[in-house]
Every structure is written in C-alpha cells, then in structure tokens.
Design a protein around this ligand. Sequence first.
Ligand SMILES: [Zn+2]
Length: 320
Amino acid sequence: MQSVVQRAELSHLPGLMATQIDPALLELLACPKCHATLMQSPHGLQCTSCAASYEVKEGIPVLLSDDVNTEHFEEEQHLAQMMKSREQLPEEQFNLNQWALSKREFFAMVRSVVSGPNKKFVNIGCGFDPSFAEFEEQGHTFVNMDLVFDMLANLRKDFGAQSCVNGDVNRMPLRAGAFDYVISIDVIHHECERLPELLGSFRDLLKPKGTLFLEDPNAWGLFQMAKSIFMPRFVYRSLRSTYHTLKRSTHRPADYEFPTNVWRVMAILRDLGFEDIKCYPHTAYPTVSERSHRIYTSLSGSEFVRKYHNYHYMLSAVRA
Ligand SMILES: [Zn+2]
C-alpha cells in the first residue's frame, strides 16, 4: 500500500507543465487520424504530418478523433459515472470478489509469460485498474488507455498512474510495433462485429515476438452457449433486455455488446499470423449469484471446461 501512496505523491512531476507529457510516453503515441508521430506543442500535442492538434488535460493526452463512435462513447461514460456514484450493496460483495479473483488470475497469466527488463506494455480499455503499478515498479513502461477520460483521471489521482492516454480502439492512438505486451480485458465484445480488424490492430501494436493477452466474456461459457451460440442473436438480445428490465439491473449490457466465441477468436488470431496461442484454465465466475456459482464450480472439474467453457476465456498469443 505504501508504494501506492508514494506514487500518488509523485503524480505532480516537478518541471512538467499540465500540457506537457513525459517524452517516453510521447514516443509510444501516434496521431489517431493518420498514425504519424506527435510532437509537443504549447497547448498540448500536434501531429507531425496532418497537423491535427490534441489537448493534454490533467497530464493525460486526449487522442480522440472527431469521428469517435458516439453511441459507445456515451454508454461507456454513463457506465463510468454510475460506477463512481453508486453505493456498493452488501450482496454485491460476492460478485466484486469474483471480479477481483478474475483479475488476479489474469495477471498471474501475464506474469508467467513476461520476462526481461524494460518492456513496453499497454492495457487497452484499462478502466479503473491499478495493475500497472506492479509492472512499473519492476522498471517496465506501462501505458493505460481508455475511451473514458474520467477513468484515467481517477487512476492518476488515486494510484499515481503516469502513462495514460485517452483513446478509441477504432482509431488507435498508439505507435505501431512499439509494444512487447498488449493487454485487453473485457473489451473486444464491445466491437464484436469487427473482431478481425480489432485483433489485427492489436497485432500491429506488437513488436515481432510480442505477446497479446486477452480476456473476454465467453459465448461458449457454461449456460451461456445455449443462448449466445444456438439462439438467433436478435432473440437472445431481446430476452437479455427483458431479463435485465425485470431484474431492474442498474446497468444492462449495451445492445452492441455480445459475448465472443473463444474458438472463433483463436481462429482469427491464427489467420492474423499469431502463434503459440494458449488458453488458460481459471476459476472465477463473475456476475453470477452465489448459488449459480456453486453449480458452475461443481460442473467445471476438468481443466478443459475451466479453459474453454468458463464464463470468460483468457488467452495469450505471440506475434510471429
Ligand atoms: Zn495526423
């Protein structure tokens, strides 16, 4: 905990004005419109090719292009706002513990692969995830990217995150071939209609032999497959919508969100030239009740089920 406090104190770097960013971070960024490099300007950042200018707000570069998908943008902002303002109910504790376990299992996978000093990481769609701190303490560079500015501002304020970028996966504001590791947790189902393009853009960020770490809600998850695999999508969507209305869910899934198919994702990764694609067994079942959790765990005795039919799937893949 102490190191987190020290980090928070460091968050106002002496000598850096609010519109200036660390040159080490600047080197990893790119213009979301034309992908050229960016340079520091008196008011923020400017593209060295198309001359587009970008604001740096509270030390965070805002690299959103004008054609940001407003439906996704507003939905995610609304969700972030709600998470911030909502009181935590006691019955949610079980669920939150499962989310925490899920994160621990994910980062155990990352740790089992990462080797060597001074690596470059990016967590795409990081949300309010302080996992960057562990890797920064080991001397790595870790960029936190999210569509929602407030998530990043809070990550900076509460945990001292230095390397944040406000960006959109559809207009990647990061330099191609600059990263050893790309992390993306629960993001790709937001873009389920354009998985090959999205996963291709993750590949392009990696150096040769760099690793992608991915987690997403699994269409082949136990009890999930009957709906998301075998039911027409519009029927599943309307049933899901009815369910969340009756349950008075504080947040129901947006229409564009849909669990992704672990087998299809692995096939796309192979087509994109990834190799050594590995799924990892894990035990967390977030967003199910305690009772359902008992059923899930009793049915997930085999490693195969914990890999491919878990609520989420978790995988690593190496760029050739
Ligand atoms: Zn540009």
